[in-house]
Structure formats: C-alpha cells, structure tokens
Design a protein around this ligand. Structure first.
Ligand code: PPS
Length: 293
C-alpha cells in the first residue's frame, strides 16, 4: 500500500505514526469542537513538546505544582492525534489542554475563532534533527536510521513523522493571524526559563505568585524532569511505546548545539545551504549554539 506502512500513515499529505493514530478521528478533526478555554501545544517532533507539557501542566494545576497529585503529564495534556490512553476529549472538564504535531492546515476549524490558545514551540532544526535521529533509533514505532547521513536525507525530504520541518514552522508562522498563537523558542526557554514561564502565564492569563513561578521553574528544569517519573516518559516509552535498547531515554541531552557532535563539516555546510535557501525571508531567529546571545 502506498500511503501506509509499519511506521507511518499518510493522511492529507502528512505523515502520522501509523499504529498510534486513529484515522476515523483524523477524518473528523476539522470539526473537532473547540472550547474557548482550550490550549494547544503545537510542535514539530523533538522541539520541546514534553517540556511545554510539563510547564503548562504546572501552570494550570496547583496539585501538580505542590506535588499533591500523582498524575502523569501525558494524562494532564494528552496528544490530540495520538490519544495513547484513550482520554475522553468530549467529556473532559475545562480547561482542556492538548499537544499535537499537526500542520496548520489540519487544525480544527474552531481554532480559527482565535479564542482557544496555541503555543507553538520551535527549536533550531539541526538540534531537532539530531534529537530525532536518536529517537528514531530508540523507539520501535519509528523507522531506524543506520547513520546521520541516512537520517538527514529523510529529514530534509520530509520522509519522517511531521514531514518537512521548514514547511511545518513556515505554515504555522505564515498563518499565525488565523489563530491565537504564541511562538516560544526552545533555546530561549533553555537560556531563561523563568522569563519563558512568565511569558506563558501571561499568554494563558494565569496569575501566578512568586512562589508558584519558583516551583514551576524548579520542576521543569531538564534535571528535575529527568528524575520525575510523571514527567520523563520513561514508563510510557518502555511499556506503552516500546524501546529498541535499554540505553536511551526520552530526555536525552536537553541542550543547545548537540548537533555539533553529530554532523560532519560537509553535512553541516549542506544543511546550511538548504536552510539559507528555504528560510532567507523568514523573520523568526534561531539559536544554534549554547553561547550565542
Ligand atoms: S516528541 O517525541 O516530539 O514529543 O519530543 P519532544 O518532547 O518534542 O522533544 C524532546 C526533546 O526535548 C528535550 N527536553 C528538554 N530540553 C531541555 N529542558 C527540558 N526540561 C526538556 N524536556 C525535554 C528532550 O531532551 C529532547 O531533546 P534531546 O536533544 O534529544 O535531548
């Protein structure tokens, strides 16, 4: 079959993970009823989705902040198109929080009344590609790649879940006036988590005390998330999704510029050429190095 294999399923020109997605749900996505107080985290894969899930969950749920609940982040903020634990979206109490990798053109049309909120997290694409390469070799539901060269070709050709990175970010950015959307940069979150938390709480109109902000920042650092079983996806990856090896983790490096350890000089130059060509008129800036301002 042309539009489906073990790893992906093509629906309206977009690749979804085939065994996690429900096509009947995708068929109805356009009409998915949106509430004014819904919040959607939208990302290209490996751009900081679970990080934003953790931050948003901490902002919205006091019980998460003060540790009086024992709910996994994925249950607080389920994936829209990969409803792993079969959350009942329709009867879910407000405010509903979701995350998703969908491109702008598959967004439910109710999002266009601009009341429900979208937080789009983006990350420099060399680190996205590096993270994605490792994750593809870790999770059994993704097609593994022998080496970076193989993966880079697939990534640049958009033969991965999420399709072409350039199209995903450009699509959402160019259609930003159709939505109530905030763009958050992974690298800015990394460099100044506190300001990022304040930006998100302002956008979501959630008033936080100084103490709350402290608690959120503390619990959403890479190190804290890594050791927090509700936030680190270890159990999900091991028992619900499946790993190829015991070595890797969802929270791998969590840094800026790891691509430097994985791309050859030639691969890097080739990537730069394509990036410059595709993004020359694109206004959002990117940070490629941990020391860059
Ligand atoms: S997925 O599979 O698309 O949902 O993956 P996603 O969550 O978007 O991205 C995973 C990468 O985000 C990193 N991450 C973090 N970085 C810094 N700080 C925190 N708190 C954090 N939480 C998650 C995670 O480590 C993956 O990046 P890499 O580069 O592989 O480490």
């Amino acid at each position: 079959m042309d539009n489906k294999n073990t790893y992906w399923l093509k629906f309206k020109d977009y690749y979804f993970q085939s065994s996690l997605v429900d096509v009947d749900f995708l068929e109805t996505l356009d009409d998915f009823e949106i509430r004014d107080d819904d919040v959607f985290i939208i990302t290209y894969p490996k751009s900081g989705t679970i990080w934003m899930q953790q931050i948003l969950s901490l902002i919205y749920f006091e019980e998460h902040r003060n540790g009086t609940e024992n709910v996994d982040t994925i249950d607080r903020i389920p994936f829209l198109e990969y409803n792993l634990r079969k959350a009942d979206f329709i009867n879910r109490p407000s405010p509903r929080l979701f995350c998703s990798h969908i491109p702008y053109y598959l967004a439910p049309k109710g999002l266009k009344n601009k009341k429900a909120k979208i937080i789009y997290v983006y990350r420099n694409p060399k680190d996205v590609m590096t993270s994605y390469f490792h994750f593809s070799n870790l999770m059994v539901l993704l097609e593994a790649a022998n080496d970076m060269e193989h993966f880079m070709k697939r990534f640049l050709d958009g033969k991965v879940i999420g399709n072409v990175w350039f199209d995903h970010i450009r699509g959402w950015y160019e259609h930003r006036h159709d939505f109530n959307i905030l763009f958050m940069m992974y690298e800015e979150m990394k460099k100044d988590l506190r300001s990022s938390v304040l930006k998100i709480s302002h956008f979501t109109e959630k008033e936080l005390s100084e103490e709350d902000v402290e608690a959120i920042v503390k619990q959403s650092t890479f190190q804290n998330m890594k050791s927090d079983s509700k936030a680190n996806y270890d159990a999900i990856l091991t028992s619900e999704l499946g790993k190829r090896t015991n070595q890797g983790q969802f929270l791998r490096k969590g840094t800026i510029g790891d691509w430097k350890h994985h791309l050859t000089v030639e691969q890097n130059e080739r990537f730069d050429k394509i990036f410059q060509n595709k993004m020359k008129d694109f206004p959002l800036k990117f940070i490629w190095d941990i020391n860059e301002e």
